[in-house]
Design a protein around this ligand. Structure first.
Ligand code: PEP
Ligand code: MG
Length: 752
């Protein structure tokens, strides 16, 4: 097709306009995709337009076509790298072929009836660095495609990728359709695992039955009694549920709410205006939650669930139902709710709750902390889930992929059960390795450590062994406290951690607050860019007493033991020296006071701010060790907010830009004989962990649940071979190395 004909025929703007109109229309996702491929084919005047979508496991499924046999839709599959479509997905770039039949990569799928079509152009649908699928056009006539045509198809592909990843499409209707009528809903998995069971939609209290009352005194009395009963109930939960320190802290917060004079005064005042106790509790509860919802502080927002739970509890005691603890529920219950408080979760028989599906939720929500310690798989982020799923529905969840299957087919159940079996086998395999060292097949030994901060973090799955705590996030206990913990409280917390790990090293990271880590009792100024703002070491160097108190607590907790202190968000050598000087002043103070000093003190820094990389040669003369915080380092290197769901995974950590920076850090530290570790989330994922070892890192610190998988991967890799492979790749490639590394791992038998 020549350039002028192309321009005569197609107005780029027109085609984009019609695509936008289709995207904006309210229609089922499958119908929309069908219409899009039809429009594209007609407007580009080609015989075929098809869209393939990437499915878990790198399978490309034909999801819509205009021109091929429609019966092939949802029936034709290609693996990544298989055929021209698979090649486009793997290469992540467009491929144009004038005669597919003479092309070595072409794979004929008879069910598509594509025999008459000779020429093909395909583009990958990429968003947030992920290949979501492939868009293909084909013609009967043999022809070569102009670069303008390919560019236009790429632009259409971009729009399509946005649509495929867009919320409405992804969350509900879309996937239901794209898997050929099966009910499949995508959310975000917060606690990994599989579960199959019967849905129980969690109900909060219904409407207030009676709003007005004649006798205010009687209503006030009822209120006081209800509050009393709730207090007793919460105390009973505390006494009987064998909770960890963090969980019991949550219920202590309930007790604090119950005794809050302001809340009680507001409710009694509402009763005095003529309301029933029930209506007063509801009214004041609504007012308070509304006010909490307006606040930007994420900590307070997360307390809303706890407070709502409490209001429901008080109202239940005002009604006839009273206590609902351990109500009768099916043996395999999948709890479905808009949101859930931690106490509400514990109202159910926890042995019968096999999974949780929520509309709201986040990693740091108290209920999630409780569910994690109970090992219940949890998926959140599904809009209107409590309306979509009904009581008694059969539900299967695969939290690793964040997928909920509503009324799943036998085939889905078989697939899930096979996957669960595989996971079980893998776990068993990891458990067998538990006493074996993390050593590569060519004899390179790697130190595996855990990231911790909550007491239950130290209860490692399958008893997997770890060498120490590579990152103790001290802000976590601060976040769960009601008030700034004093030196004594802090000392106890840190000492407990040291005792729990029985002599293994614990790297205490100085307070890393600010940005998304907000302390409820600490006045934070509103900032335009909190991640780049007055946070972490910048704040504690300014509020020196805060830092000094914490350092004092570290020193006292480690009396007679080894003390490792690490400073976060250091951006210059001068800042590190200042922080270290403060620590040494505290050591002197403790000495003068006659206290027992730590047996040995090592002071290190995190590398999270890119500026530090350019001061590394000077920095290694000052520090005892370095730990790379890849979560923040990647965020700042790519200028990409790690908490923004629109972009947080747009740039892959397995891209040469970050990998080269990491290799440089590792090499300089190695030459200077400074221990260097990685403690960002990267180290928790097998493929990334193996890559880090390939780059030269000999120490990793990760989420405790990843220990088994990472160790298995390391034990099956050849460090030198991978190092040589990476060396070549880092200079020859600019895009993500993920697919290549996956293939490398597969070809070399690395267990990822
Ligand atoms: C990091 O930034 O990689 C890191 C480990 O610190 P945090 O995730 O606590 O910011
Ligand atoms: Mg960080």
């Amino acid at each position: 097709m020549d350039r002028s004909r192309f321009h005569d025929m197609i107005s780029v703007r027109q085609i984009m306009k019609s695509l936008r109109a289709l995207i904006a229309q309210d229609m089922p996702a499958q119908e929309r995709l069908d219409k899009i491929v039809e429009q594209v084919a007609q407007r580009l005047d080609v015989d075929v337009c098809s869209c393939y979508i990437t499915r878990p496991g790198g399978i490309l499924e034909l999801c819509a076509t205009y021109g091929l046999d429609k019966k092939a839709v949802h029936e034709t599959f290609l693996r990544m790298g298989e055929g021209l479509v698979g090649e486009i997905a793997l290469q992540r770039k467009p491929i144009a072929v004038a005669d597919v039949w003479s092309h070595t990569s072409f794979v004929y799928k008879p069910e598509t009836k594509e025999k008459p079509f000779k020429s093909l152009v395909g583009v990958p649908l990429i968003r947030a660095n992920r290949v979501l699928g492939v868009l293909v056009i084909q013609t009967r006539a043999v022809q070569s495609f102009s670069s303008e045509m390919i560019e236009l198809l790429e632009t259409i592909g971009m729009v399509l990728a946005e649509m495929l990843a867009g919320q409405q499409f992804k969350k509900s209707e879309s996937d239901t359709l794209l898997v050929g009528g099966r009910q499949k809903i995508e959310g975000t998995g917060l606690i990994d695992g599989f579960a199959v069971g019967q849905a129980l939609v969690h109900k909060r209290m219904e409407q207030v039955a009676q709003v007005l009352a004649g006798d205010a005194q009687k209503e006030t009395q009822k209120l006081i009694q209800a509050l009393d009963r709730v207090e007793r109930e919460v105390n009973k939960i505390l006494a009987t549920s064998h909770m960890s320190g963090d969980q019991s802290d949550i219920f202590e917060t309930y007790l604090m709410f119950i005794k809050d004079k302001g809340w009680i005064a507001k409710m009694t005042k509402a009763i005095e205006t003529g309301l029933t106790a029930d209506a007063a509790v509801q009214k004041v509860g609504d007012e308070i939650t509304e006010r909490m919802e307006l606040m930007t502080d994420p900590y307070i927002k997360e307390r809303i669930h706890d407070f709502r739970d409490l209001v429901g509890r008080v109202r239940r005691h005002l009604g006839r139902s009273g206590v609902i603890r351990n109500r009768k529920i099916p043996r395999n219950t999948i709890l479905v709710a808009k949101n859930l408080g931690p106490a509400e979760l514990l109202d159910y028989d926890k042995n019968k709750i096999k999974g949780i599906v929520l509309e709201e939720g986040s990693q740091t929500m108290h209920m999630v902390i409780v569910a994690r310690s109970l090992n219940i798989p949890l998926i959140c982020g599904i809009k209107n889930v409590a309306q979509i799923i009904s009581n008694g529905d059969s539900v299967a969840i695969d939290a690793a992929s964040g997928t909920v299957y509503l009324n799943p087919s036998d085939e889905t159940l078989d697939t899930l059960s096979a996957r669960a079996q595989r996971q079980k086998k893998l776990r068993a395999r990891y458990a067998q390795m538990k006493d074996l060292p993390a050593i590569t097949s060519d004899g390179v030994s790697v130190s595996l450590n855990i990231n911790a901060g909550l007491s239950n973090d130290l209860m490692v799955d399958d008893g997997a062994l770890f060498d120490g705590i590579g990152l103790y996030r001290t802000e976590l206990p601060f976040m769960l406290a009601d008030d700034l913990p004093d030196v004594k409280t802090q000392t106890n917390i840190y000492r407990r951690a040291l005792i729990q790990v029985q002599g293994k090293p614990v790297i205490f990271r100085a307070l890393d607050i600010g940005s998304d880590k907000v302390l409820p009792y600490f006045q934070h100024q509103a900032e335009e860019n909190p991640a780049l703002g007055w946070r972490s070491i910048r704040m504690t160097l300014d509020r020196r007493a805060l830092l000094r108190n914490q350092l004092r607590a570290f020193i006292r907790a480690a009396a007679g033991r080894d003390l490792y202190v690490m400073f976060p968000m250091i951006a210059s050598v001068r800042e590190f020296c200042e922080a270290r000087k403060t620590l040494m002043m505290e050591v002197d103070r403790e000495k003068r006071r006659g206290g027992t000093l730590p047996r040995m003190i090592r002071v290190g820094t995190m590398i999270e701010v890119p500026s530090l990389i350019f001061q590394l040669e000077r920095l290694v003369r000052e520090v005892d060790f370095i730990s790379v915080g890849t979560n923040d380092l990647a965020q700042f290197l790519y200028a990409c907010d790690r908490g923004n769901p629109m972009i947080w995974n747009r740039y892959d950590v397995l891209s040469p830009a970050l990998l080269k920076a990491l290799k440089y850090i590792c090499d300089v530290c190695h030459q200077a004989r400074i221990p260097c570790s990685v403690c960002g989330e990267m180290a928790s994922r097998s493929l990334e962990a193996v890559t880090l070892v390939g780059l030269g890192f000999r120490s990793l610190s990760m989420t405790p649940s990843s220990l088994g998988a990472v160790k298995a991967a390391i034990r099956t890799m050849d460090q030198k071979h991978l190092a040589a492979y990476l060396e070549k790749q880092l200079v020859t490639t600019s895009g993500s190395l993920r697919e290549k590394l996956k293939m490398y791992a597969r070809d070399h038998g690395i267990l990822i």
